[in-house]
Design a protein around this ligand. Structure first.
Ligand SMILES: Cc1ncc(C[n+]2csc(CCOP(=O)(O)OP(=O)(O)O)c2C)c(N)n1
Ligand code: SF4
Ligand SMILES: [Mg+2]
Length: 340
């Protein structure tokens, strides 16, 4: 029997990586399998992808997917600047960055802020477990106020909410999901891939070794009980013309830059993810209720990705010949004159 292939003739195995060395049951492994599923189902060409990360258990995970793609494992917290440089050098590559809550909201928060401000064309996945898993369970900046850690210490600092901060900073695509909800997470990763700009995905991804106790809001039990999905998600890729079956008023469509569509089927309330105030009010309400909103929280299409803001040429730099790159003597003299 022949193996199943996607629209570019590749099997799911062509999107996998090396065997994982995560602890058994770690949420990060589930995120890895959703990234593999999303790239396989979209028929993404692995040779046109660069995966990037910083340091942490989460940042180790690009080793476990897309073995045929380019990869860059940066210094702790510096994934966004490497992604920004990659986009400037070759914006024809799809950038998938995986970071951790420590990597992005502690040491790398300045980088997180500026990737959003510049609208770097990056699928920015933060595997959020509220702890520094790799260094054995210290509190990260997303740990809850008064949380008690593995060693019995109490956190006295206020937590940073990745989704709220990203919206405040003007992010163009902001979503939250849970590693235990494969359907929702895979759909959101596909949509993030179809977006042009910085797509921030805050994924609650429990650390079973250091932060999975009942009082942790980043534990499997807590998220399962308090997860409030904003929408039921459907995804129609650009290469499939499927008529979607829903009644008027029952769903909203978000048209993504690559021509695909995200279908947001209304659950309880009518939620408009293109309205910033609605998003912030809903988040505030969920903090008070101690629930966790998941789904597409905020979306805007009016900001260009970095390479378009910078008016970069269509071709990547490595394709330019020396003759094309070298100014003529007249151009050079004109340039020097402007500097005088
Ligand atoms: C400059 C620097 N400072 C500190 C460390 C130690 N360190 C390695 S990973 C890490 C935190 C990782 O936490 P997070 O990003 O949440 O990833 P997780 O392991 O939880 O997935 C720290 C503090 C380091 N490697 N480099
Ligand atoms: S220490 Fe925590 S985050 Fe790291 S692999 Fe183990 S369960 Fe996952
Ligand atoms: Mg962490």
């Amino acid at each position: 029997m022949s193996e199943l292939t996607n629209r570019i003739g590749l099997t799911r195995k062509d999107y996998t990586g090396f065997p994982s060395t995560m602890c058994k049951g770690c949420g990060h492994d589930s995120v890895t399998s959703c990234i593999i599923a999303a790239c396989y189902e979209l028929g993404l060409d692995p040779s046109k992808v660069t995966k990037l990360s910083g340091i942490g258990c989460s940042s180790k995970t690009p080793t476990y997917f897309l073995n045929r793609s380019f990869g860059f494992n940066a210094v702790h917290g510096r994934m966004p600047s490497i992604a920004t440089g990659t986009e400037l050098a070759n914006h024809t590559l799809k950038l998938i960055g995986v970071s951790g809550d420590g990597d992005s909201t502690n040491i790398g928060i300045g980088q997180f802020v500026h990737a959003i401000r510049r609208n770097t064309n990056l699928v920015y996945i933060i595997e959020n477990n509220g702890t520094y898993g790799l260094t054995k369970g210290q509190f990260s900046a997303t740990a809850d106020y008064q949380a008690v850690d593995h060693y019995g210490d109490t956190n006295e600092y206020q937590p940073i909410d990745i989704v709220e901060l990203a919206i405040e900073l003007g992010a163009t695509f902001v979503a939250r999901s849970f590693s235990g909800d494969k359907q929702q997470l895979t759909t959101l990763i596909k949509a993030a891939i179809g977006h042009k700009g910085c797509a921030v995905l805050d994924v609650i991804s429990p650390c079973v070794t250091f932060n999975n106790h009942d009082t942790s809001t980043k534990s499997y039990a807590y998220v399962k009980e308090h997860d409030i999905p904003l929408q039921e998600l459907g995804f129609v890729p650009s290469f499939e013309e499927i008529a979607v079956d829903y009644k008027p008023g029952e769903a909203k469509e978000v048209a993504l830059h690559d021509g695909s569509r995200l279908i947001l089927k209304k659950l309880k309330e009518d939620y408009d993810p293109t309205d910033r105030m609605t998003a912030l009010v809903a988040l505030e309400k969920s903090f008070k209720e101690k629930s966790i909103l998941t789904g597409l929280v905020y979306y805007r299409k009016d900001v260009k990705p970095l390479h378009e803001l910078m008016n970069l040429p269509d071709r990547p730099f490595h394709e330019f010949t020396e003759t094309e790159l070298r100014p003529t003597r007249a151009q050079f003299e004109e340039f020097i004159k402007e500097l005088k």
